[in-house]
Design a protein around this ligand. Structure first.
Ligand SMILES: Nc1ncnc2c1ncn2[C@@H]1O[C@H](COP(=O)(O)OP(=O)(O)OP(=O)(O)O)[C@@H](O)[C@H]1O
Ligand SMILES: [Mg+2]
Length: 314
């Protein structure tokens, strides 16, 4: 996976996840995709939420006949065959699996084939909706991306799930990096919160490895500094909610030793669910609204501060 990332310089892959369901992941990625497309970037949305595909709905589309299932089940060999135009200039989509039950847990080989072939797609940006949870498939999609983004609601359950997601992704990445079998086993034991080594956080884990194998520990520490997940707070209803992002960023740094970048927040707003109900994408239905400006700001932060210029209206 990490090797794959080396081949991705020509395009950027963003993945949106979060430990919890129903928190706005698809809504944000669909609308971020349209925002990027309106900046004349060639964008592909990929619904990799294999258990509950509905990314197409957030951009006002029905489920196409051809979906990711056809690729995963080898009814087609090339990923390009399941790329569908959306009707929005510069934006195409690979819609999520239709036959949910079969496709929800693709084998390792199927997943590797998917990730490999995503590399061959001609796009400036590939945006992956990876769905809810912390299964290996979800974590691998997250780690495959150049920017792994977490959505969180300012509620204890969602926050708890987000921390769990960050820890799980960290351990997964760690396990992929280390070659040595003992260290792999160490990571596996560390995942047990009641482990006897007293390792409770990623920070403890690095400390422990440095103690038992200093050279490996140093290397890992360097490698792990590159792990920089990003955070969006959704459904913010006031200043306190907005602060949740900063508090989580600080807690991650202090307790996990992980840099979490706070990309911004999206306010709770009736126009969001209204746009979903009317089957019209938020950014097209309510241009200039607070939430749309917030999405533009989040996209700008992901682009590294690039100025957004209004694109065409359609
Ligand atoms: N900021 C918001 N303000 C108001 N409503 C919102 C907001 N964000 C999300 N919603 C509502 O929450 C619903 C669920 O959002 P969405 O489908 O994007 O969540 P999800 O995280 O992708 O869910 P799943 O895990 O099931 O895929 C939206 O259809 C919308 O009605
Ligand atoms: Mg979703």
């Amino acid at each position: 996976m990490v090797e794959c990332q080396k081949n991705l310089r020509s395009k950027e892959i963003w993945a949106i996840g979060g430990g919890k369901g129903g928190i706005g992941k698809s809504l944000i990625i669909g609308n971020a995709g349209i925002t990027l497309a309106r900046l004349n970037k060639k964008v592909l949305l990929v619904d990799a939420d294999l258990g509950g595909a509905n990314l197409h709905t957030t951009i006002g589309m029905g489920l196409p006949e051809v979906t990711l299932s056809d690729f995963l089940k080898r009814r087609t060999e090339k990923i390009q065959d399941v790329v569908i135009p959306t009707g929005i200039p510069n934006l195409s989509i690979i819609s999520g699996a239709r036959d949910i039950l079969d496709a929800a847990n693709p084998h390792h080989a199927q997943k590797e084939r998917l990730l490999r072939q995503l590399n061959t797609i001609d796009a400036d940006y590939i945006l992956l909706d990876i769905g809810a949870g912390t299964s290996y498939n979800i974590l691998d999609f997250f780690l495959f991306s150049n920017h792994g983004v977490l959505v969180v609601l300012p509620e204890p359950t969602a926050i708890e799930n987000a921390y769990r997601f960050i820890k799980s992704a960290f351990y997964r990445r760690f396990r992929k990096i280390v070659r040595n079998r003992q260290l792999k086993e160490l990571v596996d034991s560390a995942k047990d919160q009641k482990n006897t080594m007293g390792i409770r956080t990623p920070y403890d884990l690095i400390k422990h490895v440095k103690m038992v194998e200093p050279a490996a520990g140093e290397l890992l520490e360097l490698e792990m500094r590159k792990f920089k997940p990003k955070l969006i707070v959704n459904q913010a209803r006031g200043k306190e909610d907005i602060q949740v992002g900063f508090a989580m960023r600080n807690a991650c740094e202090t307790f996990f030793g992980i840099s979490l970048e706070y990309l911004g927040y999206l306010e709770y707003d009736d126009c969001i669910w209204r746009s979903v109900r009317s089957n019209r994408p938020l950014v097209l239905e309510y241009p200039g609204s607070g939430p749309v400006r917030s999405i533009e700001s989040i996209v700008r932060n992901l682009l590294g501060g690039e100025q957004l210029v209004s694109g065409t209206n359609y």
